[in-house]
Design a protein around this ligand. Structure first.
Ligand code: KIV
Ligand code: NA
Length: 265
């Protein structure tokens, strides 16, 4: 395979080719996602929910993100690996942000970092970029600010928030970000953002007018059941499939069907 780079993504947008992105937090899953030809693998801080069972993304630590990211990097041959900077490791001051990003790049081997927010974190974004570390932005619903928003509902439905979002998108492009995630905003606004900047906009719950799509892998595989937003397309019902397999295993062990003659030494 030819490796995907941050440059390839910008070229894809210029050529009108949509970008595919999914999450992975471990070696085995990343190997499958990479081999399937997904362009970007996000080591999301959604690992806090999906892997660790926390209610929000806030508790996950930089060390934990590095553990997940290094596992993913060892599996990947083609995809671009983007790693979320977790809550509390970049908002305070830009030196701290740079230190966090450097630790991710050095200790995990990831290819880029993602940060949530616009003008509020512009100094941090700039400083990380100065070190030669590619940065992906993230606007709209930013789960690390969930206690400010209060809910996980659609963002930027009002004029004022929509205006700030467009300004933030342009600012992130100006600063030098190579791409941007837009989460849970009206499709019309997302399309407007994608059309007003030249870096790719990758949407989740942001409609089809953007330059690519991202989903949480465990959600699109139907392994999770509690989370049912409208934007989530389920490609499998792995929860049921796996439950069936586990039940069958229990039955086979109890009934002494497993192991059979050929399954022993
Ligand atoms: O952490 C994550 O999975 C994300 C995606 C939802 C974009 O940030
Ligand atoms: Na995230």
């Amino acid at each position: 395979y030819k490796r995907i780079t941050v440059k390839s993504l910008v070229e894809m947008k210029a050529n009108g080719e949509k970008i595919s992105m999914l999450t992975a937090y471990d070696y085995t899953m990343a190997k499958i996602v990479d081999a399937a030809g997904v362009d970007v693998i996000l080591v999301g801080d959604s690992a806090s929910n999906v892997m660790a069972g926390h209610e929000t993304t806030l508790p996950i630590t930089l060390n934990e993100m590095i553990y997940h990211a290094s596992s993913v990097v060892r599996a990947v041959e083609r995809s671009l690996v983007v790693v979320d900077l977790p809550f509390g490791t970049y908002q305070g001051n830009s030196k701290n942000a740079l230190d966090s990003a450097i630790r991710i790049m050095k200790e995990s081997g990831g290819h880029a970092v993602k940060l949530e927010g616009g003008s509020e974190i512009s100094e941090s974004v700039s400083r990380i970029l100065t070190a030669g570390i590619p940065v992906m932005g993230h606007l709209g619903l930013t789960p690390q600010s969930i206690y400010k928003f209060g809910t996980y509902t659609v963002r930027a439905k009002e004029e004022e928030e929509a205006k700030k979002l467009i300004e933030d998108a342009k600012l992130l492009e100006q600063l030098g970000c190579f791409a941007l995630v837009l989460e849970k905003v009206p499709a019309k606004l997302a399309e407007q953002v994608a059309n007003s900047i030249s870096i790719p906009v990758i949407g989740i719950g942001a409609g089809g007018g953007v330059d690519g799509q991202v989903l949480v892998t465990h959600d699109m595989l139907g392994m999770t059941h509690e989370f049912n937003p409208r934007f989530l397309r389920r490609y499998l019902d792995l929860f049921s499939e796996m439950t069936g397999a586990f039940k069958q295993y229990v039955t086979d062990v109890k009934s002494r069907d497993f192991p059979n003659e050929k399954e022993q030494y």
